[in-house]
Ligand binder design. Structure first.
Ligand code: ADP
Ligand code: NI
Length: 217
């Protein structure tokens, strides 16, 4: 199968699997991450085939919905890419990206060793920021039963993946525990610039939220 056919088949596979997913990890999240990945990837001269496959497959079996198992995603991606007859080096590269992409706590490093990984990680993180990021956070929190906001519980710094994985903080705390930390963890120049803009928008949202909670505005 040629590369265009593999990408087309993979798109249909992911679309079938993730359409209607209710926590913000749905097909349209993947589509936005793919579009941003293509853009960042061409600026960084990354391998477009690896970038696009990793963007398409990055949430195929997220640990958050597979009992915390970080191997579920790379395993599902590997099985699919083998079925498509993709060459071994590409499979290994894509699976490494899927394995290491996800945020795992404020004090837990998530390094990417290739430009293709850095590009897809930035694209995925950008979709957790800004207006879309706010919408996704509340969709996720609502679905998993988190409180919207609880002024009696302060945000935490998570020193280990286990403590992050087991956390059930309010959605507002999630902004302080993850979303506001992302702009300083971006890899690419364009990723950093876009993250800064989306970060400012979230700060404005949180300020207004705080004023409203206090009945000030
Ligand atoms: P990552 O790969 O870093 O896990 P994802 O692409 O899976 O990122 O998407 C994470 C999305 O889910 C973000 O938009 C984030 O706000 C949301 N999310 C994850 N955990 C929580 C949580 N505890 N409360 C609210 N939203 C969350
Ligand atoms: Ni994602």
């Amino acid at each position: 199968m040629d590369r265009a056919a593999i990408l087309g088949r993979t798109e249909r596979f992911v679309r079938r699997r993730l359409t209607g997913e209710p926590t913000g990890h749905d097909w349209w999240h993947v589509e936005r991450v793919r579009a941003l990945s293509r853009r960042l990837g061409s600026e960084e001269e990354a391998d477009p085939f690896v970038v696009e496959l990793a963007a398409l497959l990055h949430d195929i079996a997220d640990w958050k919905f597979h009992a915390g198992d970080t191997e579920a995603g790379p395993q599902a991606a590997r099985a699919w890419l083998k079925e498509c007859g993709v060459e071994v080096q590409v499979i290994e590269h894509v699976c490494r990206i899927v394995r290491h992409l996800s945020f795992k706590g404020s004090d837990v490093p998530t390094p990417m060793d290739t430009i293709e990984g850095k590009v897809v990680q930035d694209a995925d993180r950008l979709d957790a920021l800004g207006a879309i990021g706010i919408a996704r956070a509340f969709a996720f929190g609502g679905r998993v039963g988190s409180e919207l906001y609880n002024p009696e519980v302060s945000p935490l710094r998570h020193q280990s993946f286990d403590s992050y994985r087991e956390s059930n903080s309010s959605t507002i705390n999630h902004f302080y525990e993850k979303l506001l930390l992302l702009k300083d963890r971006m890899n690419t120049r364009t990723g950093k610039r876009m993250a800064a803009q989306r970060h400012d928008y979230m700060e404005r949202f949180l300020e207004q939220f705080d004023h409203e909670c206090k009945g000030e505005k």
